[in-house]
Design a binder for this molecule. Structure first.
Ligand code: KET
Length: 549
């Protein structure tokens, strides 16, 4: 990078900038340590020359990137270090001036004429940019009071929850939201369970207070949630070997467990099924827990790649955590058979791995709470230590109450007490203590035999409705599709979802042409489908599958 002698900053302010040239890019950089300290107030500089055509080919994109990166430069480096970093950064963002394009803000006017002229940048970057000057082949800008958040870029929408946002924005009356896994009635309305309403009425009548809960949550909730998972008469509970802590639903409970792994099993890897619920990777990434994937789904059979799964679990470093979906695997809807679960447990035991269950759909796979907990109970009965994250979002429809739990089954009561104390220690600085409303609902429903039975009935109705639209969708597809394509995998899948096998382009067609909102991995939530819409959905799938490659 060469300094261009005699060329100082043209902004007529005491900003201590020097002009440098790097390839075809002109940079204005702080020329002294004092100027660096002033970074808060005065950020930078640059620009490009274009020898072929005399109009200045500024690009807003590299410009912004330059600003952002400059704002990120660490304070304790010298001026030269900054220059080197900035020049490296600009080489990356502007490989050649010819790749730069003229942003529409600059088209016409002073920029097109290529004459020295002061541009008003307020319209481009709000009122932050006070001074931009354009002269022959060089333009420079000086920014004052640039936001300290300039370096924060726009995050992409969430692959699942972002679908609901797009759905809300669509005004087409045929639109259908099959993105998020949330149960809807036949009228496609959200459903508040009757037992939930009854429990809330009870709570109101009792006039319960709003005091803080202990860090571990509501004791009566923790008791019933472990019982629901493992069975009320499970010896592990009687022996007090289960550390249960109320969490912020399934996600928050998984996050607590991830924090525990990060702190007490440094370097241990979590094995995640491929594919899995998209947020699993985010959770472990944010907790700084390394993870890798094990094979799970076989597109050729649209079924379980059991051999691949076993081979990958075997090949993982001893003592890894194996994340398993307790039932109703998300997104595939494919669960191992009871015999396969036994073999999975054998391998995990052999390899000294630690099973880590995510149970977000207890009751939604088979319609029975006990049957859906059988995978977890099978592992627990072997005397294995294990982790289980639970959620009541789906089975009690308590999506917004954020109620769930993390259970850690330990080999002794003493270990469980210590583990629980550490989970509390992790929770305290994260969110201090959990919310009470959902915990009371669960404690009332699960803890009261009458409400519990009513809940089981409602659960069967919900699971039954999903099964019936699953059947109807299959029937419609079979009637329409004479190509010989076998759609029977839809019937073999269980739970809220169907993994259609549609690729991204086909999923895009579902949304763009048919207004059917779904995740781009081809997953549809049958919980958001009504019988009346099955035919329409079958048309959309048929068209997308056969007419989009
Ligand atoms: N685990 C799995 C496997 C899962 O599908 C979800 C939610 C959760 C945990 C967490 O749910 P919570 O509400 O935090 O208890 N899945 C649906 C919603 C979401 O993505 O947040 C979904 O896949 O649509």
């Amino acid at each position: 990078m060469t300094k261009i002698a005699g060329n100082g900053c043209k902004c007529n302010r005491p900003c201590h900038l020097s002009i440098y040239q790097h390839h075809k890019i002109i940079l204005l950089l702080p020329s002294s340590a004092a100027a660096l300290q002033e970074r808060k107030r005065v950020l930078f500089f640059f620009y490009t020359t274009n020898r072929r055509n005399r109009s200045p080919p500024h690009s807003l994109t590299p410009f912004r990137t330059a600003v952002q990166s400059a704002a990120l430069l660490p304070r304790d480096l010298g001026v030269e270090d900054h220059h080197q970093m900035a020049s490296g950064m600009l080489s990356l963002t502007c490989p050649s001036s010819s790749s730069l394009s003229l942003p529409h803000h600059f088209k016409g006017g002073a920029a097109a004429a290529g004459k020295p002229k002061l541009l008003n940048q307020a319209s481009v970057f709000g009122k932050r940019f006070v001074n931009t000057e354009s002269f022959t082949r060089t333009t420079m800008a000086v920014a004052l009071n640039v936001s300290r958040f300039e370096s924060i870029t726009m995050a992409p929408p969430d692959p699942i929850l972002g679908v609901s946002e797009a759905f809300r924005a669509d005004t087409n009356e045929m639109k259908l939201n099959l993105g998020v896994g949330a149960y809807r009635t036949e009228d496609l309305q959200p459903y508040v369970l009757n037992v939930v309403k009854k429990a809330e009425k009870l709570m109101l009548e009792r006039g319960e207070n709003k005091e803080y809960l202990p860090i571990e949550g509501l004791a009566s909730f923790n008791k019933v949630t472990a019982e629901l998972l493992l069975g009320a008469d499970n010896p592990l509970i009687l022996q007090q070997r289960v550390a249960t802590v109320q969490g912020l639903s399934g996600t928050g409970s998984l996050r607590l467990a991830a924090a525990l792994i990060e702190r007490y099993f440094p370097g241990a890897k979590v094995l995640i099924s491929s594919p899995s619920w998209g947020n699993h990777k985010n959770i472990f990434n944010d907790a700084r827990v390394p993870w890798s994937e094990y094979r799970y789904y076989d597109p050729s059979t649209v079924g379980l790649d059991f051999d691949g799964m076993i081979a990958d679990i075997k090949a993982a470093p001893e003592g890894s955590f194996v994340l398993l979906h307790g039932c109703a695997h998300n997104p595939t809807g494919i669960d191992p058979t009871p015999e396969q679960w036994e073999i999975i447990a054998d391998v995990i035991q052999e390899k000294n791995h630690i099973p880590f269950f995510d149970v977000a759909y207890q009751g939604f796979a088979s319609g029975s709470l006990d049957v859906d907990a059988s995978s977890v109970r099978l592992f627990a009965a072997r005397g294995l230590e294990l982790l289980v994250a639970q959620s009541y979002s789906k089975n009690l429809g308590l999506y917004a109450e954020r109620i769930g739990a993390i259970n850690i089954v330990c080999s002794s009561a003493d270990a469980a007490t210590r583990v629980k104390s550490q989970i509390k220690r992790l929770a305290r600085p994260m969110y201090s203590n959990p919310p009470v409303h959902g915990a009371r609902i669960v404690a009332n429903v699960v803890g009261d035999p009458e409400l519990f039975n009513e809940w089981k009935e409602e659960m069967e109705v919900m699971a039954g409705r999903i099964k019936s639209v699953r059947q109807k969708l299959y029937d419609s597809l079979r009637a329409k599709d004479k190509s010989g394509k076998d759609w029977s995998f839809i019937l073999r899948q269980i739970g809220m979802f169907s993994f259609t096998g549609l690729n991204k382009a086909q999923s895009d067609n579902m949304t763009n042409k048919w207004h059917v909102y779904m995740t781009k991995d081809g997953r549809i939530s049958l919980a958001g489908l009504s019988s009346a819409k099955c035919e329409y959905l079958a048309d959309a799938i048929f068209d997308s599958y056969h007419n989009v490659s």
